[in-house]
Write a protein that binds this ligand. Structure first.
Ligand code: SF4
Length: 714
């Protein structure tokens, strides 16, 4: 029996994997994992499917005259290095763009050696899935707490009031809140007398299990939060407590909230003023926590909503308090390590060439990628390195990107699949499967509802002709002659180490060093966490509940929390204007399913069987107006495109809103995803709009997209 960690979502559940030779016999929850305690969701079994998948690439592919052929690693590396080197020399480093997908966060090799390669290409055209996801939270944390990695999370297991906005943790098991077995955690919360309130345009699985659910119009969460803050100030319910003594800007926030009474915002939010006032009072009186996730991020006011979410917790004394929003104490402290290696995380240090979108943390919003490829001129993107991502399906105006990619001079993908994006590559370098590599959740443990640490050795040895992603990145880094990480003693050290030394160290050596340097580390003669300790505890180690971390954890220059940063105060005018804008007749939101995560799980037969999931949810009233019946095929048209999907009529979505999940659309030619092709669905990003962004953070504004829906007469 091997004890490992599921890497298919943020919950990081412990799994017990029984094997027979190179075959998985069973995958069960690891009952001795102190964090997940035996819980797994149906997706865990897909780890075996991924490992055994005949469509998974085991050797590099090279595209020659429009056809793919397998090649040796040496030949593939040579081609990549020749082309990247040439383009960098002729057109400069910005001509080579990088896109890193979401699985990077689940992969020790990519978080370490991946960054050594991808961040050292020296390009300003660095993109990732962050800007279709949590970027607004990071921008808010950057301006309020001094670092975007300092995103506080709910202390879920000790709260007595969970206000959940634009999130569906019963299905996601938490996001920027690693929390396996949410059903049990919410059950326990209510069993101890607590209350769960969900605010969402859809009566989601979490809403259905909550004490109260309020429908809110997509894109208006910031108005709702500002109105709650208004009530708290005008009724003198604020009590920031201990944290208030090192918080600046409370009066500016109070002033900003003055004109946003619930009565003023109700026409826009759709939330009756009386109900919102009651909610604000109940939240202020409770020892609760307000949490918001993808729905509040992926919209035109993503940064404002993230800011106001943190501010609401703060003014109610729920920041850095048990049961409130807290900062973790991870064994590998990413934020501290970033400082040590000299990674200066800044905001708006440069802008995208074509549209002038702001940089954050060295990255530009991915909504700009297609136009940076298409638009001629100095600095035009001519080559692309895609690592663990499928931006054709997961970024806005994916169809435009799909059309732009063939215009590149060169593209390389580090990916195990020939998918909707990698089919445009010239070279595909496939890494080992999750069961063939060691694992430590550097990123996800930083946002877990308990402090935990767990290292998993590979379940299977990799084959002699296979490469881990970190080995691929190390090889390319060396052959390209790139420098080490910029500045900082550890960065200089990495730059000075030979390839052989780095190979010997590997991600595990770096992990060991990070554990020893971390808050529980082995030092000054006392015992503590190291890789050896974790190897001796294969189920993982519980490091205790979240602890108050402020003000020590703050990274702002004056070591104070800025509750009303100027960047966000400037955005209040846009919020004011939003109160008088009437909503379009129909707007689109996304949706997540327990059997799916982005586009990753659709080639696993057991996860796509059963009822089709790529269906459009529509309220009965909206359906009746359009003579649409359950199961009818409908067209969904936006400013940028048109797709067709089946409709499902339900009362679980508010009138004026329709919902479609993303990550589908596997019917494009030239892929090798034989299971996914049979349940192709349609890609919502063929109709989303790369022009629709939150202008403050640059995050894609998927939610609230105006659409027209009509029955398709077959
Ligand atoms: S909840 Fe996430 S981590 Fe846990 S088993 Fe399911 S997919 Fe894996």
């Amino acid at each position: 029996m091997h004890f490992s960690t599921c890497t298919l979502c943020e919950a990081a559940c412990g799994v017990a994997v029984e094997v027979d030779g190179n075959r998985v016999v069973s995958i069960r929850g690891d009952g001795d994992d102190p964090f997940s305690q035996g819980y797994i969701c149906p997706k865990a079994a897909a780890l075996a499917d991924l490992h055994d998948d005949p469509d998974r690439l085991r050797r590099p592919l090279i595209r020659v005259d429009g056809s793919w052929r397998e090649s040796s690693w040496d030949d593939a590396f040579d081609r990549v290095v020749h082309q990247i080197d040439r383009i960098r020399k002729v057109h400069g480093p910005d001509a080579v763009a990088v896109y890193q997908g979401n699985p990077t966060a689940h992969n020790l090799g990519l978080i370490t050696f991946g960054q050594l390669l991808l961040r050292n290409l020296g390009t300003k055209n660095l993109y990732s899935a962050s800007s279709v996801d949590q970027l607004p939270h990071m921008v808010a944390a950057h301006h309020m707490f001094g670092d975007g990695l300092l995103m506080p999370i709910p202390d879920l297991d000790r709260t007595d009031f969970f206000l959940c906005i634009g999130a569906n943790p019963l299905v996601s098991n938490g996001s920027i809140m690693t929390a396996p077995n949410m059903r049990k955690r919410l059950h326990d919360l209510r069993a101890r007398g607590g209350r769960v309130v969900v605010v969402d345009p859809r009566r989601s699985e979490t809403a259905a299990a909550a004490d109260q659910h309020l429908f809110v119009r997509p894109g208006t969460d910031a108005l709702l939060l500002l109105s709650m803050i208004h009530v708290i100030f005008t009724e003198h319910l604020e009590r920031p407590g201990r944290v208030g003594s090192f918080t600046a800007g409370v009066d500016a926030l109070r002033k900003a909230a003055v004109e946003f009474a619930p009565e003023a915002t109700a026409p826009a939010t759709g939330v009756p003023a009386r109900e919102l006032r009651e909610l604000a009072r109940a939240f202020a009186a409770a020892h609760g926590v307000a949490y918001g996730r993808i729905g509040i991020c992926t919209q035109e006011f993503g940064a404002a909503a993230s800011w106001l979410l943190y501010a609401l917790n703060l003014v109610c004394g729920r920041l850095d308090e048990p049961g409130g929003m807290m900062f973790t104490t991870p064994a590998v402290d990413l934020e501290m390590l970033a400082k040590r290696v000299g990674l200066a995380v800044g905001f708006d240090r440069w802008r995208s060439r074509v549209r002038g979108l702001k940089e954050y943390g060295g990255e530009l919003p991915v909504a700009a990628l297609a136009e940076e490829i298409e638009t001629p001129g100095r600095g035009q993107v001519r080559a692309l390195v895609v690592s663990a991502g499928n931006p054709v399906l997961s970024t806005p105006s994916g169809n435009r990107l799909d059309r732009a990619l063939p215009g590149l001079e060169f593209m390389v993908a580090i990916d195990p699949y020939l998918n909707e994006t990698t089919r445009h590559a010239h070279v595909i370098l496939p890494p080992t499967s999750p069961l063939e590599r060691s694992h430590y959740d550097v990123a996800l443990n930083s946002y877990a509802v308990r402090n935990v640490a767990k290292f998993s050795s590979p379940v299977f040895e990799r084959g002699p002709d296979q490469r881990h992603d970190w080995e691929i990145c190390l090889e390319l880094w060396t052959r390209l002659g790139l420098p080490g990480l910029p500045l900082g003693p550890l960065g200089k050290l990495a730059g000075g180490l030979t390839k052989r030394a780095l190979r010997r160290l590997g991600p595990e050596g770096l992990l060991d060093a990070a554990l020893r340097l971390g808050p529980y580390g082995v030092r000054r003669g006392r015992s503590g966490l190291s890789l050896r300790t974790l190897r001796e505890n294969p189920h993982g180690v519980d490091l205790g509940p979240l602890m108050p971390r402020l003000p020590e954890r703050l990274r702002s220059n004056d070591r104070r929390i800025q509750i009303a940063p100027p960047l966000f105060l400037e955005d209040v005018a846009r919020l004011r204007a939003r109160t008088s804008v009437s909503s379009p007749e129909l707007v689109l939101i996304g949706r997540r399913h327990l059997h799916s995560n982005n586009s990753w799980c659709h080639n696993a037969g057991r996860l796509v069987k059963g009822k089709p999931r790529c269906v459009l949810l529509m309220n009965r009233r909206d359906a009746d107006i359009r003579s649409i019946a359950n199961g009818d095929r409908v067209s969904l048209v936006s400013r940028t495109g048109r797709i067709e999907v089946p409709a499902e009529i339900t009362e679980d979505i508010m009138p004026g809103v329709v919902s479609l999940p993303h990550g589908w659309g596997h019917d494009r030619a030239g892929t090798r995803l034989r299971v996914a092709e049979r349940t192709a669905g349609a890609s919502v990003n063929d109709i989303t709009d790369g022009e629709a962004i939150d202008p403050v953070s640059g995050n894609a504004a998927f939610s609230g997209l105006p659409v027209q829906v009509e029955r398709v007469d077959c």
